[in-house]
Design a binder for this molecule. Structure first.
Ligand SMILES: *[C@@H]1O[C@H](CO)[C@@H](O)[C@H](O)[C@H]1NC(C)=O
Ligand SMILES: *[C@@H]1O[C@H](CO)[C@@H](O)[C@H](O)[C@H]1NC(C)=O
Ligand SMILES: *[C@@H]1O[C@H](CO)[C@@H](O)[C@H](O)[C@H]1NC(C)=O
Ligand SMILES: *[C@@H]1O[C@H](CO)[C@@H](O)[C@H](O)[C@H]1NC(C)=O
Ligand SMILES: *[C@@H]1O[C@H](CO)[C@@H](O)[C@H](O)[C@H]1NC(C)=O
Ligand SMILES: *[C@@H]1O[C@H](CO)[C@@H](O)[C@H](O)[C@H]1NC(C)=O
Ligand SMILES: *[C@@H]1O[C@H](CO)[C@@H](O)[C@H](O)[C@H]1NC(C)=O
Ligand SMILES: *[C@@H]1O[C@H](CO)[C@@H](O)[C@H](O)[C@H]1NC(C)=O
Length: 362
């Protein structure tokens, strides 16, 4: 009995080992697990099978696209794009599956299944799209020190492209440009705006790229910087200021001339007045006396009579303007300082109004 128990247990162990060995032998791997390629290129996956197998299938998305069968590895595939081969001739344990001219709509899962107890392995396919890039507006001619702006449009990319700028082949500091992106259906448009001050003739280049693109797409334009024209504003300013100065001088000369002429007329007029007033027995200071700041009590204008109050005969009473009305003296020079007194008198102006003025002298 003991012997039979031992043999049973041995048999069980052997069975277990065999089963484990079989399970180990029936393994397979798919690589790469995550593949990124550019649209229009080829995507290659490898399946390594340890153990015996007969049929292998490849599925892209939900579509079974290729079947490989041993012993010779013949394959039947969905028309066109797909093919397979052994990794090295006569080594049936490794199969390469190739998708030619990959399209964006093939992004997603790629499944490989081996018939038997192998099951299925899944890989991820990412397809990038390289679009176009263009600097809008073409070549540009500006004046020195002018602020310039270039707009670069990258159309139909996936995923969001990296946009950068070069000036004369040197990378531009990214603080000088801004890039915004917008989804356009399945792809993306990006717009980048570069701003700087024009200093010298420059080649401006815009580049756009995605990770799988070896050589970025680019667009170049020329910035031609012309010297600033002479600053006319300074000249104009000089001319204008000199002109206005000359005008001002002329004006002043004119005013002085007019004033002198009027004064002369006035002097003649006043002389005449003085005579007339004198004949009316009023003591009126002569024009010379007025000039010396002495008494000028008043005079008759246009036949109207104005009589200065006798109280202010000692005071300065100057005619200020050319009108026919009389102004109050600005300064009253009185000998009666300390004894304030009032004086009321009337003046008549052209319009015939009687002005009532009240003078308080302290
Ligand atoms: C696969 O690779 C792409 C690009 O390299 C990456 O964005 C993505 O996260 C990866 N996916 C996985 C599951 O690792
Ligand atoms: C399989 O391939 C072999 C050699 O490559 C060829 O002779 C045979 O006709 C093919 N069979 C089928 C069914 O395509
Ligand atoms: C994928 O794109 C190709 C080429 O544009 C087209 O012929 C095919 O019908 C598309 N397949 C799907 C599933 O959209
Ligand atoms: C820009 O200038 C360069 C050189 O002067 C010339 O070759 C090119 O054709 C010009 N491009 C455009 C869009 O005018
Ligand atoms: C870019 O410009 C910023 C600010 O003007 C500066 O701090 C930074 O160092 C510059 N980077 C390079 C690489 O010149
Ligand atoms: C970029 O955008 C930010 C925020 O809109 C703004 O402050 C900055 O001046 C922009 N830079 C350029 C070079 O346009
Ligand atoms: C993307 O660019 C294309 C071509 O310039 C244009 O027709 C389309 O309207 C743009 N889409 C968006 C969302 O800007
Ligand atoms: C830029 O180039 C133009 C001709 O292409 C030339 O006339 C001009 O003087 C140049 N400007 C500078 C700043 O070198």
């Amino acid at each position: 009995m003991t012997v039979s128990w031992k043999s049973w247990s041995n048999l069980f162990c052997i069975c277990l080992l065999l089963f484990a060995a079989e399970a180990l032998a029936q393994d397979f791997h798919l690589a790469p697990v995550n593949l990124t390629v550019l649209q229009g290129t080829s995507a290659l996956f490898r399946a390594k099978v340890t153990g015996k197998w007969e049929v292998m299938t490849w599925t892209v998305g939900k579509l079974l696209v290729l079947t490989v069968s041993l012993p010779n590895g013949n394959s039947t595939s969905f028309p066109g794009q797909y093919s397979s081969r052994f990794c090295s001739s006569a080594d049936t344990s490794c199969v390469e599956f190739i998708i030619h001219n990959v399209n964006r709509n093939q992004s997603g899962s790629v499944d490989c299944a081996v018939q038997g107890d192998y099951g299925q392995r899944t890989a991820q396919l990412n397809v990038q799209e390289s679009g176009t890039v263009s600097i809008m507006g073409g070549n540009l001619t500006v004046e020195q020190d002018q602020q310039v702006e270039f707009q670069c449009v990258a159309t139909a990319w996936f995923p969001i492209p990296t946009v950068s700028w070069n000036q004369n082949g040197q990378a531009v500091n990214s603080s000088l440009y801004n890039t915004t992106s917008m989804a356009d259906g399945d792809s993306i448009n990006s717009t980048s705006v570069l701003k700087f001050q024009a200093v010298s003739n420059t080649t401006v280049e815009c580049q756009a790229t995605v990770s799988e693109l070896k050589d970025p797409q680019s667009s170049s334009v020329f910035l031609v910087v012309v010297p600033k024209p002479p600053d006319w504003t300074v000249l104009i300013a000089v001319v204008v200021s000199f002109g206005s100065l000359a005008l001002l001088v002329l004006l002043i000369i004119g005013i002085i001339f007019c004033y002198k002429r009027r004064k002369e007329k006035q002097r003649n007029y006043q002389d005449e007045m003085s005579k007339r007033v004198r004949t009316q027995s009023q003591s009126v200071a002569s024009a010379a006396g007025q000039k010396q700041g002495q008494v000028n009590a008043g005079y008759v204008a246009d036949g109207r009579t104005s009589v200065a109050p006798s109280d202010v005969t000692d005071s300065g009473f100057g005619q200020v303007n050319g009108s026919n009305s009389y102004e109050m003296p600005d300064v009253v020079n009185s000998n009666q300082a300390g004894n304030g007194y009032n004086s009321t008198y009337n003046t008549v102006d052209d319009s015939g109004f009687r002005k009532h003025r009240h003078v308080t002298i302290v």
